[in-house]
Each structure stands twice: as C-alpha cells, then as structure tokens.
Design a binder for this molecule. Structure first.
Ligand code: SF4
Length: 78
C-alpha cells in the first residue's frame, strides 16, 4: 500500500477524532477520503465525517386530506 505521507496526505485534525475514515500509518493518522482534513473543517463540518453530523430537522407538516379538500372547495365557491 502506498504511504499516505508519500502521497502528500496531511494528518487528520483534532475534529476528525472519532471518525471512521481515519487510518493510521507509521504513527500518524490520515483521512482515507481527504488529503487535507484541516481544509474540510475550515469550511464548517466535514461532510464525510462519520462521527459528526449536522442536525437534520425534519418538520412534518401534517395535513388532513379531508379538511384540505374541504378548504379547497370552499375557496372555489367564493
Ligand atoms: S472524513 Fe472528514 S472528519 Fe473524517 S477523517 Fe476525513 S476529514 Fe476528518
């Protein structure tokens, strides 16, 4: 396997700790996905991080189909 350091990979940054994409080679930890993990985190969350995910807020809009149909037909009458 080619050495990560030989391929100019930069070691992972502190925020990468816990990520499944970290591989260890010769005592250094590298990211399998990015050559420069620091740059990934400079822009915010690393989008490939397996340990840190942005909160996904799912807002469910509950619609009662019957009421919606009634509303629709009522507005047509006006
Ligand atoms: S995927 Fe992102 S968080 Fe994980 S090791 Fe690579 S740069 Fe770090």
């Amino acid at each position: 396997m080619e050495s990560f350091s030989a391929a100019n990979f930069k070691p992972v940054v502190e925020k990468c700790a816990g990520c499944d994409r970290i591989v260890e080679q010769l005592g250094n930890q590298y990211c399998q996905t990015y050559m420069n993990p620091e740059a990934k985190w400079r822009l915010g969350l690393c989008n490939f991080a397996t340990h840190a995910k942005p909160e996904i807020v799912v807002t469910k809009v509950r619609l009662n189909p019957l009421k919606a149909a009634k509303r629709a037909s009522a507005s047509k009458k006006k």
